[in-house]
Design a protein around this ligand. Structure first.
Ligand code: NAD
Length: 332
């Protein structure tokens, strides 16, 4: 199989590339990435040594370049991770989210229609469902939960999902969609909660927590997400949506306290800051469809995954220090 992975220089895309290289060494992978502030070649250093891997620097919105790539490579599969992915940035500047997340998806699918494809997979998010009340722990997002977005980020992802479904219905494009909960693990940019807290705690700096810190997220170790996508590609039904989540709900504040404990840092570093606008209270995925139909279950518990993640950041400071200094203007 020849697979185009867009956004492969980012967090989940790069983990997916490494997962696929290990699991399906017979496949060829082409990574298409614009290398925005979120994408880094240092993340793909090991992949670049693999002769079955090719990197192309381009935007998914660049129709001419995308078409040229399809003409050259004739891929069997496209997995679209490319996205503007940070909610806070979408509140500051929504426009680039519309371009990359919606228009970029349309360009990729147009290329699939023009040159032919065996499968187009859209990597979506549980944030398209909006949030759930904290006082109703019995409620979960299923694939039938109506879309109800809160931020420009989630609205752009939901719009892309609707477009993907419309290309399936209108043109018969062979698509699948996965909607995953919050991921954590290696190569996660320290603008997101878990790596940010690890990096700041290592520097004994204040650990900023939004609002009262009681917002609940459903956390999944990134490798489990990659395995779910691989299963959907090979055994999922065309036109279907699959929710992916680990039934691992945690309050933000409890995660930050856990990181302090693991690193031997005092909880006094925690500082509460003004809440994010429109901050979702609780996300919780019901993953029973992917379990029932494809046999998927998470393999990494949170206790194990968070230890692995912290150790990865301790052992890969040469990866995150330059990125944090350049992109996030945080002194290391
Ligand atoms: P990320 O921000 O770490 O990486 C995004 C990558 O896309 C970067 O390499 C960036 O350079 C690239 N990119 C951005 N704009 C581009 C463009 N116009 N053309 C080509 N490449 C472009 O994101 P992530 O956390 O790895 O998320 C990947 C996907 O998974 C996203 O679609 C996101 O919505 C989805 N998702 C993320 C999570 C999570 O917890 N991180 C959870 C569920 C779903």
């Amino acid at each position: 199989m020849k697979i185009i992975v867009t956004g492969g220089a980012g967090f989940i895309g790069s983990n997916f590339i490494y997962y696929m290289m290990e699991k399906h060494s017979e496949d060829q992978i082409i990574c298409l990435d614009a290398l925005t502030y979120a994408g880094h070649m240092s993340t793909l250093e090991v992949a670049m040594k693999n002769p079955a891997f090719r990197f192309v620097k381009a935007s998914v919105t660049d129709r001419v370049t995308v078409y040229r790539l399809f003409e050259e490579e004739h891929p069997d599969i496209v997995v679209n991770f490319a996205a503007e992915s940070h909610v806070d940035r979408s509140i500051e500047n929504p426009e680039v989210f519309l371009d990359t997340n919606i228009k970029g998806t349309a360009v990729l699918m147009d290329a699939c229609l023009k040159y032919g494809i065996w499968r187009y997979h859209q990597v979506s998010t549980d944030e398209v469902y909006g949030d759930l009340p904290l006082e109703r722990p019995d409620l979960f997002f299923t694939e039938e939960t109506p879309i109800h977005t809160s931020s420009p980020y989630s609205a752009s992802k939901a719009a892309a999902d609707l477009l993907v479904q419309s290309y399936h219905r209108t043109y018969g494009l062979p698509v699948t969609i996965s909607r995953c909960s919050n991921n954590y693990g290696p190569y996660h940019l320290p603008e997101k909660l878990i790596p940010l807290m690890i990096v700041e705690a290592l520097h004994d700096r204040p650990l900023p927590v939004y609002g009262d810190g009681k917002n609940v997220r459903d956390w999944l170790y990134v490798k489990d997400h990659c395995r779910a996508i691989d299963l959907i590609l090979r055994h999922g039904k065309e036109g279907e949506i699959y929710n992916v989540g680990g039934h691992n709900e945690m309050k933000n504040i409890d995660i930050v306290k856990l990181i302090c404990r693991e690193l031997g840092k005092p909880e006094e570093l925690i500082t509460y800051v003004e809440d994010r606008k429109g901050h979702d209270r609780r996300y919780a995925i019901d993953p029973s469809k992917i379990h029932r139909e494809l046999g998927w279950l998470p393999e990494t518990s949170f206790a194990e995954g968070i230890k692995k993640t912290i150790n990865w950041y301790l052992n890969h400071q040469e990866w995150w220090r330059p990125i944090v200094e350049k992109e996030m203007k945080i002194k290391c």
